[in-house]
Ligand binder design. Structure first.
Ligand SMILES: [Mn+2]
Length: 292
């Protein structure tokens, strides 16, 4: 952005539709990160915690913001229109961040895979990519994907031990084809994550084999780590030489992944932060009106 001081733009007063309400938002210091990843917002569904998400987006500043898939829930919208004003606010806030100089990269997931037809293009300053390689401040290369490509690998994990890597590659392709066919016939995306979550006993082993499958793919790609979403479970975990990062979601946990200026990575739990702020406000002013 030649001739414009990015920091002035980021820190300057925000337009009304960003700094709505109390005015506290525009006054308070923003949390500054080098990079932020969010995914699985599921805008267009009642599950999306849009209020907390807006509060988060208005509280941060970063050089690069990754939207790591399942941002708009296209599968759900097809069943019936659900689009409250709050969800518009989120979209406008994201566009605004791109406009004021944040690099915004959108890697579509399975619920917003219609956007996969547009990878390589740019809309309103938002870059659409099938995947990306992010280089951290301390020089590590991280593969950024949504993660749905690994559903089939996880499902057949037991067989893969016998069949080896060619079957693994075949499964990755098969998973994409399987859902492309379902989409063509107007069938909903078959979600392994949802399927496994119904069987509570298997949920833990599902999460762990998903993480292993993603880390395995990252190792094959020769990167130092991988950032994904999809299973709605935030995590930072090392598998051999690979560090697996999951930024969580904004339906259940309300978490993001953030990189600090020195390359240090952290999971930001915005729901927990909101709870703590409310608790402290309660202590400081016990007779204040706190909405239930
Ligand atoms: Mn997903």
């Amino acid at each position: 952005m030649p001739g414009r001081n990015r920091n002035d733009l980021v820190r300057g007063p925000l337009p009304d539709w960003i700094a709505t309400g109390s005015g506290r938002d525009s006054a308070r210091a923003r949390l500054s990160f080098r990079t932020v990843w969010i995914s699985d917002l599921h805008l267009g569904t009642s599950g999306c915690k849009a209020d907390l998400l807006l509060d988060f987006l208005r509280s941060i500043e970063c050089e690069t913001l990754y939207l790591a898939g399942d941002i708009i829930d296209g599968w759900r919208i097809r069943k019936g229109w659900y689009w409250p004003e709050r969800h518009n606010d989120v979209v406008r806030c994201l566009l605004k961040l791109a406009h004021i100089g944040t690099r915004v990269v959108y890697v579509p997931g399975n619920h917003d895979e219609v956007f996969r037809d547009y990878v390589g293009l740019e809309f309103g300053g938002i870059e659409l990519r099938a995947e990306d390689i992010h280089v951290t401040a301390d020089g590590r290369r991280l593969l950024v994907v949504h993660g749905d490509a690994f559903d089939a690998v996880v499902l057949y994990a037991r067989w893969l031990a016998f069949l080896g890597d060619s079957a693994y590659t075949l499964l990755l392709k098969g998973n994409a084809l399987f859902n492309a066919v379902r989409r063509r016939f107007g069938l909903p995306y078959w979600s392994l994550a949802a399927h496994m979550k119904k069987r509570v006993k298997n949920a833990v082993s599902f999460i762990s084999s998903f993480e292993e499958a993603v880390a395995h793919a990252a190792a094959e790609r020769g990167v130092d780590g991988v950032v994904c979403g999809h299973i709605h479970t935030a995590e930072i975990r090392r598998f051999g030489d690979i560090v697996y990062y999951n930024d969580g979601d904004w339906v259940e946990s309300c978490t993001a992944l953030a990189e600090h200026a020195d390359g240090r990575m952290e999971i930001v739990d915005w729901a927990a932060r909101a709870r703590n702020l409310a608790k402290n406000a309660d202590k400081a002013a016990p007779r204040a009106m706190v909405p239930a």
